[in-house]
Design a protein around this ligand. Structure first.
Ligand code: C2O
Length: 350
């Protein structure tokens, strides 16, 4: 059967913290009510569609708005489930396995299996709704880090520590050599990435994305990751899909601070979502899911245990809700879309 929403009434210390890391608590506050199932409904024809655009093409107005949203989020008291700290902790809770699965003694883990894409889509959905609420702007959408386009490979300017206008969108815990307008993100991160010329890296990036999106991901297992069901721990019994294990992990590690324990923020599960760029990185991966779907022959999972898998999130008014993986697959129902951009790699047969 499907992995049900985690049992949050008991919470364990995070698993797999880097060996020298201090103790860390990422348990969510437990509501006094039974979280209700939240199901997206078809938007009316007059409803706003929130359009996620490439981060590097952000206007000054958008950058200022995003920065404002994050400063409002960071000003919320730490124990408000919508605060920036609590948002980062959600990621830790599902990645460092602090909860058991409901009706099972096995831990809940949202990575390394078919739960990866729907979990992160829902996480971003609520994160975006919270920012929109704080900004009182229904049209507000996250942006995506468009590193599969040659103009989008650096840390997007508004998120960069080198641009001091929007320091709220940055973190001190980054690899400073990589957080530069001239640096090219390595989607295939290897030891020699830093020795490559920009041209060489762009070529490797095209090859990498072609492989993970087309050559090696024809079947849903290959793209989304392999199944995980109630009572199973994906870390030992499943496998991640191509995007998660390559682009996803590599960009995390590429950006994290190599002099900090566990290469935090981005290089470490528990700390990753403390970097605001985490959300633009995941919006990009979420967009790649949409791109993959448009490629002929690609079919999504229809397995009931996939569709019925569940997660818990606090929504924009601070109420905890339960959601299903299957309800994540249609972004029109979720009220957002991605701006179409060119996909130069689609012709880049390696
Ligand atoms: Cu939950 Cu990028 O990881």
């Amino acid at each position: 059967s499907a992995v049900l929403a985690p049992n949050i009434s008991s919470c364990n210390p995070p698993l797999n913290l880097p060996w020298d890391e201090r103790e860390y608590n990422c348990c969510a506050s437990v509501p006094s009510y039974e979280p209700e199932l939240f199901r997206p409904t078809a938007p009316s024809s007059s409803a706003v569609v929130r359009i996620r655009r490439p981060s590097h093409l952000s206007s000054d107005d958008y950058a200022a708005k995003l920065a404002k949203g994050y400063s409002l989020m960071k000003e919320l008291p730490d124990d408000d489930p919508r605060s920036f700290t609590q948002q980062a902790k959600v990621h830790c809770a599902y990645c460092n396995s602090v909860y058991n699965q409901m009706n099972s003694s096995e831990l809940f883990q949202a990575h390394n299996s078919w739960l990866f894409f729907p979990f992160h889509r829902w996480f971003l959905y609520f994160h975006e709704r919270i920012l929109a609420k704080l900004l009182c702007d229904e049209t507000f959408a996250l942006s995506f880090w468009n590193y599969d386009h040659p103009n989008g490979t650096s840390v997007p300017w508004l998120y960069s520590a080198t641009s001091d206008r929007y320091s709220i969108l940055s973190t001190a815990e980054r690899d400073a050599r990589h957080d530069m307008p001239t640096s090219t993100a390595a989607m295939d991160l290897v030891l020699v990435s830093d020795d490559r010329t920009r041209e060489e890296q762009l070529q490797e990036n095209d090859n990498t994305i072609y492989r993970v999106m087309i050559r090696d991901s024809y079947a849903p297992e290959e793209f989304f990751g392999w199944p995980t069901r109630q009572g199973e721990n994906p870390m030992s019994s499943s496998l991640s899909g191509t995007v998660e294990s390559h682009i996803h992990n590599n960009i995390h590690r590429w950006l994290g601070n190599k002099s900090s324990i566990g290469w935090k923020d981005m290089g470490s599960f528990y700390a990753a979502a403390y970097d605001p760029l985490f959300y633009a990185h995941h919006a990009q991966l979420d967009r790649l899911w949409e791109v993959w779907k448009t490629i002929p022959g690609h079919m999504e999972y229809e397995d009931e245990d996939f569709l019925n898998a569940e997660f818990l999130f606090y929504n924009e008014v601070g109420e905890m809700v339960r959601v299903k993986a299957g309800d994540a697959s249609n972004i029109t129902m979720l009220g957002y879309s991605y701006e179409d951009v060119l996909l130069p790699w689609i012709e880049a047969v390696p």
